[in-house]
Write a protein of this length. Structure first.
Length: 157
């Protein structure tokens, strides 16, 4: 802290009451010869709840775009973005999608893994694989039965 003597216009500098902040203060360590002075408060163990992710509808995006179009200065656009908690890149992307006529693309997208599309031929494939396995088993039995080839043809067909 600095005190000024008005009569002599000389400045008097007083030593700070606390040690300077920085790496020593942040880690709890003190300067050499420092007795610590103050106790360090324990952090709050309570974890704050996480806010749910916003889902912005196409109507909301169009409304924000219309408001942004009515703004005459960049300052007004900045105020709009701060008020709504948006980034300018979102506004740019939405404007591009609107100009391309992709209103459906502006709807909120579902997050996470995409559902696996079923193959329309999966049922027929399973049936043919089962039939193939049965024929292989018949062929193996016929080859290892010790009967002549003519009898094997009768077993298989």
């Amino acid at each position: 802290m600095k005190a000024i003597d008005m009569k002599t216009t000389r400045s008097v500098v007083q030593a700070p009451a606390r040690p300077p902040e920085g790496a020593h203060g942040a880690t709890g360590g003190g300067l050499a010869g420092d007795d610590g002075g103050e106790a360090i408060a324990a952090p709050d163990p309570q974890v704050p709840a996480q806010k749910p992710r916003r889902k912005l509808t196409a109507q909301y995006k169009l409304r924000i775009l219309a408001e942004a179009d009515r703004c005459t200065t960049s300052r007004q656009v900045g105020q709009l973005l701060r008020r709504e908690g948006l980034y300018s890149s979102s506004l740019t992307r939405w404007g591009r999608l609107r100009d391309q006529g992709l209103l459906d693309a502006m709807a909120p997208k579902t997050r996470g893994r995409k559902p696996i599309e079923k193959n329309p031929l999966a049922g027929e494939l399973a049936k043919l694989q089962k039939e193939n396995d049965q024929l292989r088993k018949k062929l193996w039995r016929a080859e290892h039965s010790g009967q002549p080839v003519v009898a094997v043809n009768e077993i298989i067909f």
